[in-house]
Design a protein around this ligand. Sequence first.
Ligand SMILES: N[C@@H](CCC(=O)N[C@@H](CS)C(=O)NCC(=O)O)C(=O)O
Length: 206
Amino acid sequence: MIKIWGRIDSSNVQKVLWCLGELGLEFERLDWGGKFGGNKNPEYLAINPNGLVPTIKDGDFILWESNSIMRYLNAKYGNGKLLPTSPEGMASANRWMDWQLSVFNGNIVPLFFATVRTPPEKRDPQAVQAALEKAAKAWQTVEDHLAKEPYLGGEEFSLGDIPLGVWAYRWFNLPIQRPKLPNIENWYEKLKQRKPYQTHIMIPLT
Ligand SMILES: N[C@@H](CCC(=O)N[C@@H](CS)C(=O)NCC(=O)O)C(=O)O
């Protein structure tokens, strides 16, 4: 049985839970990180020196980094079905996964913290607006791409959709005035039909 350390409200843990769901895999999950702590324990640091979640253990194999975990699960248990087979399609899906971690995250996390993770009475409207503009600019890159193809890896759903799909739910449920992004809305509507998305992603924002 695959073991996963990580709280259910972590975006990076959610990616792995969604992927496990898409592959129909059973797993054991431990509440870890955030209010549960445990991630700075020496025993945990020995398996994940970053002190972050998620981490998985599959037999004797331990792995951290959410996107790498999804690629591993897909290769090992999905026969690669969650990535396009053409080099171009696979590279494109991988690109969106990498872009989420390297570029997009830094543009959306400040908005999440300025709203959901700040009590309403302490929220700074100017800071929220600045964060919103930054996030909207990053989403525009996704919007423009989704004008050309229905999913972020091409014609079919793939791992390329998961990292940004996690954030789409958050974006559409934040207490903000969103600019109109019709291609992202259409894509999000499709993601909402997926059972693992409903189970692991469409949960209250905390
Ligand atoms: N690049 C890492 C980032 C992991 C990460 O930043 N995890 C956050 C939660 S989303 C974390 O562990 N924060 C500390 C905590 O939850 O206590 C990944 O994709 O797995």
